[in-house]
Structure formats: C-alpha cells, structure tokens
Design a protein around this ligand. Structure first.
Ligand code: NAI
Ligand code: MG
Length: 487
C-alpha cells in the first residue's frame, strides 16, 4: 500500500475501553485531616471539586482558614515533640513502609480518582503517578534508619514542622515527594493540596489514619491560594516546601524573607528538546510526543520547546504531524486516550490565550484534526512552527499540549537558544553520538537532562531547577537534605 494513502483517522480508531469506576468511593463531603481526625472547617465553608472532563461535581471539600491552618500546625508541633521525634528511626521507617504497602493495595482506586479529579489519562495515573508515588514512600522508608550513615561525621536532626504546598498536575505524586522525605527524616507536616485536585490527598489521609500513624504527624488542610498563604505566613513552621508557579514561588520568597523558615521551591519550566541530525528520528518523535502531549502539557518539566537540526527538519515535522493526527483526545478514563482533559477552565483559558498570542506573533499554528468532546475542558495537540526566540510562546510557560518549534545549525546555536529563557528545569538531547550527549547536557543550564528519552523518573534521582525554576532538590539523598539540620 502506498503509505501516503494511509488515512490515519480511520486506521487508528479504537473501540471505547473505559476503566471502571464502580469500585470507587468518593464521599459527598471531605473535612480537613488534623491531628489524626477529620475535622470540619472553623468557618464552615466548603468548595466544590469537579471532574474537568465532564464539568460534573465530584465532591465538596473544606475551605481552610487561618484558624484551621493554626490548628494543623499546633497538631504537627505536638506530634513532633511528643511522638514522632521520640520514635526510633527504624520505627518511623516501618510506618512509612506500611503506608506504601497500603497504597499499593489501593493503587487502582487512587489512579481512577486521580483521573476523575484532575483530567489526566488513566494510562498516566495508573502507570506513572501512582506507582511512582508508592515508590517514593518505599524509597524514603528505606532511608529512615540510615540517615546518620549518609552524612558521615554529622548528627542529622529533623528541621521540625514543614508546611507543604502542592499543585494540581501530579496531585498524589507531589504529596509523596513532600511527605515521604519529611517523615523519613523525622519531621511532621501540614500539606495543602491544590484546590482543583484535593481528592487523592484526602484518600491518602484515610490510609494514614488506618495505618495508625501517630496523630498529627501528617495533617492535610484543603483550600485555595488564601489557605496556602495562611500556611506560608504561619509563624510556627520551620520550613516551606512549594511546587507550583514561579509567580507564587516569588510571593512565598518575599513572604518568608527574614524569617527562620527554610524553603525549597520547585517552579515552572520551558524545557528544550534538541534533535540532532544523527538521532534515531522515530524514537525522537515519540519522545517529543511523550514529553509534551501525553500529559496535556501539564508538567513543569514538559518538553515544550523543540529544536531540530536543519537537515532533518522536514522529516521530523512530517513525522510529528502524522503522529499528532493519531493521538486520541478525550475521556481520561479510556485506556486508549493519549490526551485527557485540561485541568480547569482557568488553565484552558490560559492555553487558549497563548494560542492567540502565538498566531499574533507570527508563528504558524498547526493542530491535529481531531474532534474534541462537547463537554469538559479539552485542547487539541498543537504545534507552533517557525518560532523565533523572542516570542512569548517560546519564552513563557503555557502548561498545555502546545509545542513551539525552531531550527538550528550547530550545537552551539542550539545550546545558546535552549538556555535563553528565565527557566532551567529540564531538557532533552536526541543524538546517536555519546560525546554530543555529554557536551550538550553539560552546557544546558537546567537541573535534569534526558538523553534519547524523556520524562523518566526514579525516586533515587534528584530533581529541581536552575534560575527561576526553583531552589533545592527533591528525590534521592538530595531530597532528604532540606529536611535535616545538624548538631
Ligand atoms: P499556583 O502556583 O497558583 O498553584 C500551586 C499551589 O499553590 C496550589 O496549591 C495553590 O492553591 C497554591 N497557592 C496559590 N497562591 C498561593 C499563595 N499566594 N501562597 C501560597 N500558596 C498559594 O498555580 P496555578 O494558578 O494553579 O497555575 C498557574 C500556572 O502555574 C500554570 O499555568 C503553570 O504555568 C504553572 N504551574 C506550574 C506547576 C509546576 O509543577 N511547576 C504546577 C502548577 C502550575
Ligand atoms: Mg477536580
């Protein structure tokens, strides 16, 4: 058959394969989790969390005020002084192992709730988010009784009580990144999930209660930005750990300047994927698609810029366009779906505004011809071709399935343009030549560089940014350091 005659739409049609949700229990209402109990909010206010794929209400969740935050910080301090810091490290480790095992037993439930509440595909939540979250708990459980060997000649102690604020793109995974190292190092925490995706953290709270973790070691207060700000400003905290927008990261730095609070920030990104002419092109194209489209582009380290060496540009773009056409956009719970729902109306509006900006700036817009569901928040996978370095779509984080494409001639040109944004979280290099991988990855000013692959994670590998992408590292031994001080 002449490959040009392939009709991608008909040749890639699949029957629906939705994941069941009958086994999922979502309460009509959720309270804060403070001191080991579910506690009604002091002001009696609740907000809705919806399914962004259908716009239907899933549940209502307590809105945290400064009174609720205070109660949680007091509970975390009491737990630190009375129980958690008195336990042997190996006992702390056992609690974390227990939690990890209980999560494993409930993995399917976590995956479905994550996809319902946040819009990400079941393939991603089932195969990436939930297993990685569990792996984080296992990994840090293992560190609990070995920390003193990891810092020879020093006596590590916990920092104290940590306030932890997380975003909506990896709700359970970010909760794991925050809670697991803090607990392993002997700290207690108050966690605030994002307002559009609170449900898996609250499910985790149910497991924490069932695992008999001493009350107050983990507290979860739900709410939006004001609740987060109340946490940041609470004088009883020793540390703030934040993942989210660079804008809020800067607000947090200002708010805690001059206080005793330590902080780690994991902020935005505008990662560059660089394809050299000697790369395995099909593999590279698949990696680019994985890096920006499979996750709705809702990843701080998403490969949202693409640099292609001029000699292979036409081939790469032709293959990329063909692949775009085969991507299935729609029901996040369908196992065949590649691109699920955009997390919120607000985020979809932001992405749509950038699509207009890109066109106004003179870039060439290319979208797949797929049809979008009538209800819910969805966005077609989009390429911006012939971009130039100064355009906003090249410089600013869009956080959607939108890829801006540029060409280059020499490695030096690719490196200098890849580095030319305010961010520095991650990058990707695609080449057959090992020496080029070393040269380019060393020259990229970012925390993580993947070579001939993309978006791969492991709990033992540190992750974090340069420049406006943040401070500090999470994961690995590096991820314990921000929760430790020395005698
Ligand atoms: P955001 O930074 O406002 O939200 C992240 C978390 O911070 C949420 O839990 C939120 O309730 C909390 N928060 C908001 N304002 C706060 C404040 N003043 N003090 C303390 N906590 C506060 O992010 P948003 O508005 O949801 O998304 C905006 C953009 O941020 C996205 O379009 C994307 O570009 C970027 N973003 C980056 C993420 C990352 O992983 N680096 C994750 C989410 C968003
Ligand atoms: Mg939701």
């Amino acid at each position: 058959m002449d490959p040009k005659s392939l009709d991608f739409k008909t040749s890639w049609e699949y029957a629906p394969a939705p994941e069941g949700k009958e086994h999922i229990k979502i309460n009509a209402r959720y309270e804060h989790f403070i001191g080991g109990e579910f506690v009604a909010p002091a002001k009696g206010r609740y907000f809705e969390t919806i399914n962004p794929a259908t716009e239907e209400k899933l549940s209502e969740v307590a809105e945290g005020s400064s009174e609720d935050v205070d109660k949680a910080v007091v509970a975390a301090r009491a737990a630190l002084d009375k129980s958690w810091s008195k336990l042997r490290a190996s006992e702390r480790g056992k609690y974390i192992y227990r939690l990890a095992r209980m999560m494993q037993e409930r993995a399917r439930e976590f995956a479905v709730i994550e996809s319902l509440d946040g819009g990400k595909t079941i393939r991603e939540s089932r195969d990436v988010d939930v297993p990685l979250a569990i792996a984080h708990f296992f990994y840090y459980a293992g560190w609990a009784d070995k920390i003193r060997y990891a810092f020879p000649g020093k006596t590590p102690r916990p920092i104290g009580v940590a306030g932890q604020i997380i975003p909506w793109n990896f709700p359970l995974l970010m909760a794991a990144w925050k809670i697991a190292p803090a607990l392993a190092a002997g700290n207690t925490v108050v966690l605030k999930p994002a307002e559009t995706t609170p449900l898996t953290a609250l499910k985790l709270a149910e497991l924490i209660q069932a695992a008999d973790l001493p009350p107050g070691v983990v507290n979860i207060v739900t709410g939006a930005g004001a609740t987060g700000a109340a946490l940041v400003n609470h004088p009883g905290l020793d540390k703030i750990a934040f993942t989210g927008s660079t804008e809020v990261g800067k607000l947090i730095q200002r708010a805690i300047a001059g206080s005793r609070k330590r902080y780690t920030l994991e902020l935005g990104g505008k990662a560059a994927n660089i394809i050299f002419e000697d790369a395995a092109i099909d593999q590279a194209v698949e990696g680019i698609v994985n890096g920006i489209f499979f996750n709705q582009g809702h990843v701080c380290c998403a490969g949202s810029r693409l640099f292609v060496q001029e000699s292979v540009y036409d081939t790469v773009i032709r293959k990329l366009k063909d692949r775009l056409e085969t991507l299935i956009v729609g029901d996040p719970l369908d196992k065949n779906t590649d691109i699920g729902a955009i997390n919120s109306k607000m985020q979809l509006d932001k992405i749509s505004a950038y699509l207009k900006i890109g066109v106004a700036e003179g870039a060439e817009l290319y979208q797949s011809s797929c049809k979008l569901p009538k209800k819910g928040f969805f966005c077609k996978p989009t390429l911006f071709l012939h971009c130039s370095q100064s355009q906003r779509i090249v410089q600013e984080e869009i956080f959607g399935p939108v890829l801006s494409v540029q060409t280059f001639r020499t490695p030096e040109e690719a490196i200098s343009r890849a580095n030319n944004t305010p961010y520095g979280l991650s990058g990707g290099v695609w080449t057959d030549k090992g020496s080029k991988i070393f040269k380019v990855s060393n020259a990229l000013r970012c925390g993580v560089v993947w070579a001939n692959t993309y978006n791969k994670f492991d709990p033992s590998a540190p992750f974090g940014g340069y420049k406006e992408s943040g401070m500090g590292r999470e994961g690995g031994l590096h991820g314990l350091q921000p929760y430790i001080q020395y005698n």
